[in-house]
Structure formats: structure tokens, C-alpha cells
Design a protein around this ligand. Structure first.
Ligand code: CA
Length: 222
């Protein structure tokens, strides 16, 4: 996924760029408002927009992009005490803001939240493996022609597995992604829910899609 970073301060730019590249994002940078505005019209998954920029302010850049119907999610980076700027930024069409200085983890969390929320992202709304399909918009899950009735946790678990097909996923990774941080590390909830899913998805089918990976956890593969 490509992210445009519009930031004039070199240190912050490097810090963000390096961190996001390590997370697998492709980062293009713009050093001032004019450049940012020109690049901002290109096809990016997200724009990180500093507020105080040479040539054009972040507010102006945001406003012009939105006036021109550019719908790329914008995360604004604001100075610590500028409450009014935040209000102004959101009013002009930024999707969220983050106050400097911030921890990288915080930035990453906000970016991921925006990318998930965005209807404009490049990801597909349907996941498919063998004859199992999952529509993320209508939330319909089918094995062949049969419509399956999943609870929301089962759905979340299956979505996590299906968005990473053929990759062994540890119980810890699954727990953190699907159940969040507040879980008992000794819980067997993952195994329990995998059993529920198997009953709904694989039971009675000659081809089993959910597989146990010894000493690690589970994977879904065809
Ligand atoms: Ca700046």
C-alpha cells in the first residue's frame, strides 16, 4: 500500500518513513504544501499531512484536495497545543489527527484504523479460498452454495485466517488480532472457536480447509 507523507521536518520525515517501510508500506514524500498538493492527486491509500508547511499549509492542501473530490483518507499531524488547528483540520475534511510528538505505535494504529474504515482502499470486499467465500460488506459466508450462519467472533476469526491464506498463524497472533489485548494468555478460546468454525465450514465436506499446524496454531489453505 502506498502512503504519501507531506512533511517538511527532515527528522520527523525520516522517523515516519523508516518505520512505515519496515511495516511494508511504500512511502512517497513531499517536502512542502505545493508538492504535497500535486502528489496528493495521485492514487494513494492514505495521506499523512503535516499542518505547518512551507508554500501551502496543511489546512489549505486538505481543503483543495477535498474541493477537488479527492477522497483519499487524510491523517493530519498537528503541533501539541493547536486545538483550533485540529478543529479546523477536521472541518476541512481530514479524517483524523495526531498530535506531535507521538509514539510510532500510535501513528501505526491510526493509519491501520483509517485504512480499515476507508471505502476507497484497494482491498477486495470478498475473500475466497476453494469454494469458501466471505463477503466483507454483506457479511455473507458461503461454502459452495450453502449459506453459513456465523457469530461475529467466528466471522472475525475466519476473516483473519482467510486474509492470510496458507500462512501458519500462532494462537498468540490470532488471540491478539481477533480478541485484542485484554485476554488471558492461558485461555484456550482460539481452539474452542476453531472447533466451532470447523463444525460450520468443514464438517461434511471432503476437503477440509482449516488445518492444524503442529506446535504453532492454525492455517486455512486449499
Ligand atoms: Ca512542519
Amino acid at each position: 500500500m502506498r502512503i504519501l507523507l507531506i512533511e517538511d521536518e527532515e527528522q520527523i520525515r525520516r522517523f515516519i518513513k523508516r518505520g512505515l517501510e519496515a511495516e511494508g508500506f511504500q512511502i512517497d514524500v513531499a517536502l512542502n504544501g505545493e508538492e504535497g498538493l500535486a502528489l496528493g492527486r495521485e492514487n494513494y491509500s492514505l495521506i499523512l499531512l503535516d499542518l505547518m508547511l512551507p508554500l501551502k499549509s496543511g489546512i489549505e492542501v486538505c481543503q483543495i484536495l477535498r474541493d477537488d473530490k479527492i477522497t483519499t483518507p487524510i491523517l493530519m499531524l498537528t503541533a501539541k497545543d493547536a486545538i483550533q488547528d485540529k478543529v479546523e483540520g477536521l472541518r476541512t475534511g481530514a479524517d483524523d489527527y495526531l498530535t506531535k510528538p507521538f509514539a510510532f505505535e500510535e501513528l501505526l494504529a491510526r493509519i491501520k484504523a483509517l485504512l480499515r474504515r476507508s471505502p476507497y482502499q484497494e482491498t477486495t470486499s470478498e475473500l475466497r479460498i476453494a469454494d469458501l467465500s466471505m463477503n466483507l460488506e454483506t457479511r455473507e459466508v458461503r461454502r459452495g452454495d450453502k449459506l453459513l450462519n456465523l457469530t461475529s467472533k467466528e466471522f472475525a476469526l475466519l476473516e483473519y485466517l482467510m486474509s492470510r491464506p496458507n500462512r501458519p498463524l500462532s494462537r498468540t497472533m490470532i488471540l491478539e488480532q481477533v480478541w485484542g489485548q485484554n485476554h488471558d494468555p492461558l485461555t484456550n478460546v482460539v481452539d474452542v472457536y476453531i472447533r466451532y468454525l470447523r463444525n460450520k465450514i468443514d464438517k461434511g465436506c471432503p476437503q477440509k480447509l482449516i488445518q492444524t499446524v503442529r506446535d504453532i496454531g492454525y492455517k486455512i489453505s486449499d
